[in-house]
Design a protein around this ligand. Sequence first.
Ligand code: ATP
Ligand code: MG
Length: 256
Amino acid sequence: MANIFCIANQKGGVGKTTTTVNLAAGLASIGQRVLMVDLDPQGNATMGSGIDKREMKLSVYDVLLESATVAEAALWSATCRYHVLGANRELAGAEVELVDVERREKRLKQALVAVDGQYDFVLIDCPPSLSMLTLNGLCSAHGVIVPMQCEYFALEGLTDLVNTIKQVHANLNPDLQIIGLLRVMFDPRVTLQLQVSDQLKAHFGDKVFDAVIPRNVRLAEAPSFGLPGVVFDPSAKGSQAFVAFAAEMVQRIGRM
Ligand code: ATP
Ligand code: MG
């Protein structure tokens, strides 16, 4: 059975997509079978996995509207060594088109059942909102990975997400839990970041992943080459941190 995880945070630009593609590549590099699902009409995770979003014949949009299966729409990224169920601007229309559809928040979940045995991990990159698209992600998943920057309002910003996860857990998906909080773009020279990191550990205990992703320019450069940092420059500090995170995930799954 695949472990299905959403990478979510309603805050924009916190590192969701960077986490999704680098964790996918990190897991693939240690022999895991991975499907990366892009649920963001921006299509950054698609492009960042070496798939041109403008050239795709089928995408996650077709899967949500049930005009294609996951097996038909997913593409193999030879450079990244994982499958990509991509997204592009078309996906922005899905929100409206699904309005009158029954069980609209469960479309992705239903579609993923058919490929469950083919993957060890399904990672879903969510848009920076708590929309119908994100809801489809949360209804499909066993858990949520929350990337966050250790900034002043970090804990406050988590409240909305934690409440949404609680509601989805209570009403739509009893499997859903927070797998963990991932500290990203971390700079240990900044005292405030160390303080917020300590606060996170005090509040969330072992829900805070041991792996810490440093601020690293190679991770930021990689998307312009259509690659995750882990593939673009495996020796970079940020890439090594993501591979360590992938190993930690595999270990945690064994304990779950
Ligand atoms: P959105 O909410 O728009 O989907 P996001 O949460 O997916 O954004 P990313 O796109 O992953 O965030 O990251 C935002 C920006 O920060 C990008 O330019 C990315 O390259 C950069 N970035 C992410 N992580 C790091 C890091 N560890 N070090 C340096 N730059 C980073
Ligand atoms: Mg993103």
